[in-house]
Design a protein around this ligand. Structure first.
Ligand code: COA
Length: 389
């Protein structure tokens, strides 16, 4: 039985900051940001969006009444939690109108959790093929203003519907996992921005990729040449390129050119959004599927997921005949329609997120065009609005 990704859809903010402008404001060479780090634009998440609204905005438009009735598992992967006890998935399930018989949980392991969610969802659907599972990776990447990590911020949510006979990608049942205690990136409960050893985390990322890539090939006896393209978690797009380059000597020059060409398509949309932690690998997958004219049904794609701390996984999926039907076809136009804001506006949005205090608070939600918005906090409870309700 084939099980895998039936549909996938992305949501982020309606605003972005241009990376050349940000580089100038930080007295950095623009080429460092656009070439050295590989980012051209960065999503600016307004205070009226959090992981709940991003997740609901990503998923709602792609779900039919049939999907809503069949979903009995919702997993939100995130490292941008809004509550230490209650799962963001419960708010999301409510906003989406999912059944109260749906199991709803939040999962955490830095940028890796959405992949763990997909693997659990895949196992669940294999046991219950008439059911569907919704997995959403939702995050706001925050390193802090004027920090080395600042140009690798961003945010958004990737929603993926996992089902039997999927339209987009049939997933492998085998995968290779590596999990070890590494202090490359973490965020204690009292911090709103990540603590990171950036160079160290980039090195660990490559070590993990090489390890799980080789492990997968050996374990499944798959020749590297069987993989049409490799898709990476992209905290910044140069990161994936570095990892890809590290395994190029394993294949012929023709295949090296093919992998590099596919990679350029796989980073197109991520270059314009920035990091979205858990959802980043899947935005890259969507970017590849939406923009690459050289893919064919039957192609086997390799997926590398990495979460600092650290956990990595490599697995594969086979492209299905009608894969275009399950894609978020309007995404390139939505990104094009976003509003460019200046660095001051970006900094105000960054500093204006709801404070972690008990006071009642309000956001400027009226200027946010999305269907689901966070209007503020009252009596220590977040207030969400569905404009279509
Ligand atoms: N033109 C072109 N490239 C330039 C340049 C210029 N004028 N100036 C610098 N660069 C290149 C550097 O050579 C480097 O490329 P390389 O890594 O291929 O050698 C790149 O731009 C970044 O420069 P660097 O000096 O290393 O940047 P930095 O010290 O400011 O930090 C990160 C970069 C990625 C480490 C930092 O943004 C960070 O900590 N990010 C968050 C952590 C992260 O995402 N980790 C990934 C694993 S999850």
């Amino acid at each position: 039985m084939k099980v895998g990704i039936d549909k996938l859809r992305f949501a982020s903010a309606h605003q972005y900051v241009d990376m050349v402008e940000l580089a100038r404001a930080r007295h950095a060479a623009p080429d460092k940001y656009t070439i050295g780090i590989g980012q051209t634009q960065m999503a600016v998440i307004p205070p009226s969006q959090d992981i709940v609204t991003l997740a609901a905005n990503a998923a709602a438009p792609m779900l039919t009444a049939t999907d809503l009735a069949a979903i009995d598992l919702l997993i939100v992967g995130t490292e941008s939690g809004i509550d230490n006890s209650k799962a963001s998935a419960i708010y999301v399930a409510h906003l989406l109108g999912l059944s109260s018989r749906c199991r709803t949980i939040e999962m955490k392991e830095a940028c890796y959790a959405a992949t763990a969610g997909i693997q659990l969802a895949q196992a669940h659907v294999r046991m219950h093929p008439d059911k569907k599972a919704l997995v959403i990776g939702a995050d706001i990447a925050r390193y802090g203003l004027n920090t080395p990590g600042e140009p690798t911020q961003g945010g958004g949510a990737m929603a993926m519907l996992i089902s039997a006979d999927p339209q987009v990608l049939a997933l492998s049942t085998e995968s290779a996992v590596l999990s070890q205690d590494v202090m490359d990136f973490w965020r204690p409960l009292y911090h709103t921005t990540a603590l990171v050893d950036g160079k160290y985390s980039s090195n660990i990322y490559i070590d993990y990729f090489q390890d799980v890539f080789q492990e997968y090939l050996i374990k499944t006896q798959t020749p590297a040449a069987d993989l049409a393209a490799l898709v990476f978690h992209l905290p910044y797009t140069k990161m994936g390129l570095k990892a890809l380059r590290s395994v190029l000597p394993q294949v012929t020059e023709t295949q090296q050119r093919d992998w590099l060409r596919h990679f350029e398509y796989s980073r197109k949309l991520n270059r314009r959004v920035g990091n979205l932690y858990t959802g980043s690998l899947y935005l890259s997958l969507l970017s590849l599927l939406l923009t690459d004219p050289n893919l064919r049904p039957g192609d086997q794609l390799g997926l590398f997921s990495y979460g600092s701390g650290a956990e990595g996984e490599f697995y594969t999926g086979t492209l299905q005949p009608d894969y275009q039907r399950g894609l978020d076809l309007g995404l390139p136009q939505r990104l094009q329609r976003r509003q460019r804001v200046d660095v001051t506006t970006y900094e105000r949005a960054f500093n204006g997120q709801l404070a972690w205090v008990a006071d009642d608070q309000q956001t400027d939600w009226q200027s946010d065009p999305h269907r689901f918005v966070l209007t503020g906090q009252q009596n220590e409870q977040r207030q969400y609005l569905d404009r279509q309700a």
